[in-house]
Design a protein around this ligand. Structure first.
Ligand code: UDP
Length: 327
């Protein structure tokens, strides 16, 4: 299948591209390289530099390539930033997504996978969180994904546009090939920041808040290996012929920030000094996914559910790429 991957030079998009190509699909990557890295793109993918805000460029992309399915990763993704810059998220993410959807529909594409988020669940009634949980976006970022999910619902009704919305919990780890991993600038995520301390690039890790109602007072998150996320995309794409679907994607197991830092110490053998700081605005105490639905319906089974393995793969990447992709 010929698959368009927007944001295919980014962390998750580049690793999904790698898996698609290894599985025999052909991939066109579309990325503006603001956050992505040219060298993260698999050499067998066709790379097109461009911006989803540029509708004419998006049209030209579909005109030039016989795209059969789209995986949409290109997005602004930071909860905290979205609270500072709501227009960038509610404007940019939604407009860019709309440009993509409109050109896809007009070019006869009927298969689409959306990167969605656990930030739809700011006030969960049940833990772990399943797909029946009520939607309460936690930020303009979460709201932008909610709007795109609703868009997809209507496009299915009107055009028979088949989609999967995949709500990621905490993506982590790196490609076991060692070729691709996390390289954000600025970095804000817990595991890469903690590993940067082990690399000597930071003095210490600041733990945001120690008075949450959790087992040790620090936030609980569900960390999922990026390759297991990638596999979920591939299974969801194959299943679209049987209808649209929405899945929450995590391991179903939560770890506190302290436990993550402790695992990083064990994997790296570095003492990794830590200090407690203020809570980060917008962080809920606990987010754990129920992924029973995708297991049941698609037979998805995480290959790397163990936090230690996830951190080991991340560490292998950071150790061999201390400056990321170096661009
Ligand atoms: N976190 C932290 N210190 C940091 C970065 C993150 O204590 O320097 C915490 C954060 O408050 C959250 C968890 O680690 O509870 C995971 O944060 P991350 O930014 O990695 O992912 P998010 O949960 O925001 O998607």
């Amino acid at each position: 299948m010929k698959i368009l991957v927007t944001g295919g030079a980014g962390y998750i998009g580049s690793i999904v591209t790698e898996r698609l190509i290894e599985g025999g699909d052909s991939v066109v990557v579309f990325d503006n390289l603001y956050y992505g890295h040219r060298s993260a793109v698999h050499p067998d993918a066709v790379f097109v530099k461009g911006d989803l805000a540029d509708r004419a460029a998006v049209k030209a992309l579909f005109d030039a390539h016989p795209i059969e399915a789209v995986m949409h990763f290109a997005s602004y993704t930071l909860v905290g930033e979205s609270m500072q810059k709501p227009f960038m998220y509610l404007g940019g993410n939604v407009t860019n997504g709309t440009n993509l959807l409109q050109e896809a529909v007009e070019h006869g594409v009927r298969r689409f996978i959306l990167s969605s988020t656990a930030n739809l669940f700011d006030d969960p009634q049940q833990m772990p969180i399943d797909e029946e949980e009520r939607i309460v976006p936690g930020s303009p970022y979460g709201e932008s994904k909610n709007i795109l999910e609703r868009f997809l619902h209507w496009l299915d009704r009107i055009y028979g546009f088949r989609y999967a919305a995949l709500r990621y919990f905490n993506a982590a780890g790196a490609s076991p090939t060692g070729a691709r991993g996390e390289d954000h600038d600025p970095e804000t995520h817990l595991i890469p920041l903690t590993l940067q301390v082990a690399l000597g690039q930071r003095e210490r890790i600041t733990i945001y808040g120690d008075d949450y109602p959790t087992r040790d007072g620090t936030c609980v998150r569900d960390y999922i290996h990026v390759v297991d996320l990638a596999q979920a995309h591939i299974l969801a794409l194959r299943a679209l012929g049987e209808g649209s679907r929405t899945y929450n994607l995590g391991n179903g197991q939560g770890f506190t920030v302290k436990e993550v830092v402790e695992t990083c110490r064990a994997v790296t053998g570095h003492p990794i000094p830590a200090e407690f700081g203020a809570r980060r605005p917008g962080d809920p105490a606990t987010l754990i996914a129920s992924s029973e639905k995708i297991r049941r319906e698609l037979g998805w089974e995480p290959q790397y559910p163990d936090l230690r393995t996830i951190v080991e793969h991340a560490w292998a990447w950071h150790r061999t790429h201390p400056n990321g992709y170096g661009d």
